[in-house]
Design a protein around this ligand. Structure first.
Ligand SMILES: C[S@@+](CC[C@H](N)C(=O)[O-])C[C@H]1O[C@@H](n2cnc3c(N)ncnc32)[C@H](O)[C@@H]1O
Length: 246
């Protein structure tokens, strides 16, 4: 339900632009900038771009940049944020975006843990993939995130069980501003691997996000486990075609 993000777009904009969202500015923005420098994609699509800051930052490194975002509130902020960049923005869910072209790099940052239907979402992303494409997405680390945020009480939580809930959270540097009533789904890692495989993806990398001590110290407390993880997946379209033909 992307409309649940509408009311939080302005807050997210301030948190990102002020640098209060440390995870965005100190951990993931540098991570994705390094990624585009390494992969040198010609074309990029960001799926669930929120306020548009990531796409705008990465757009200098690519020729074609598309960003899709279904929440009306997020979309209107993103419209302002991308102004003057080459980002083409569409107010759509991944499942509703149709493109004639494929993209070299597909990024989806902190989205898959809250999509209504993981299978449909990943099946849609598969349509954006060509033979050389990379799909890179980050999510809260399913093994550790509940220990960190305590979204689910011990009585309801079981690592192997898929669970969805409306949650509230704040960022470390802006603890009094609550983002509430947004969806969060816990799924075991194997669920992500299973669905990716089902739609023809293979995982080429899997990273557990654990910043250097100097970045951790900005949070005021050390990280005791990786709070996030990043999947890198590809599709061999030729072998997919062969599989379908046989
Ligand atoms: C936690 S926010 C992350 C936004 C942005 N990527 C960021 O990191 O700041 C999740 C975003 O995913 C969007 N979203 C939810 N379902 C989606 C879908 N099916 N397709 C594309 N975006 C979706 C929401 O509207 C929301 O803006």
């Amino acid at each position: 339900m992307p409309n649940r993000w509408d009311d939080f777009a302005s807050i997210r904009r301030v948190q990102i632009e002020s640098g209060n969202d440390l995870t965005f500015s100190k951990v993931f923005l540098p991570y994705y900038v390094d990624l585009v420098k390494e992969l040198r994609p010609e074309s990029l699509i960001e799926v669930g771009c929120g306020t548009g800051h990531l796409s705008t930052n990465l757009s200098n490194h690519v020729n074609t940049s598309v960003a899709i975002e279904p929440s009306e509130g997020m979309y209107s902020v993103a419209e302002q944020v991308i102004e003057g960049s080459c980002v083409q923005l569409f107010r759509l869910r991944a499942e509703d975006y149709r493109s004639e072209r494929t993209f070299d790099l597909i990024i989806s940052h902190m989205v898959l843990q809250l999509v209504d239907n993981l299978e449909l979402f990943i099946a849609s992303v598969a349509q954006f993939m060509g033979n050389q494409s990379h799909f890179v997405f980050a999510i809260p680390h399913p093994c550790f995130y509940n220990e960190y945020k305590k979204f689910f009480a011990p009585s309801e939580y079981h690592y192997m069980k898929e669970l969805t809930k409306s949650v509230s959270f704040a960022v470390t540097k802006d603890p009094n501003t609550k983002i509430s009533g947004v969806p969060y789904s816990h799924r075991p890692l194997s669920r992500y691997f299973f669905v990716l495989k089902k739609y023809g993806f293979h995982i080429v990398d899997f990273e557990e996000t654990f910043p250097k001590p100097e970045i951790q110290s900005l949070y005021g407390t050390d990280w005791t486990f990786p709070r996030y993880c990043v999947f890198h997946a590809r599709i061999d379209k030729d072998s997919e075609k062969l599989k379908k033909a046989n």
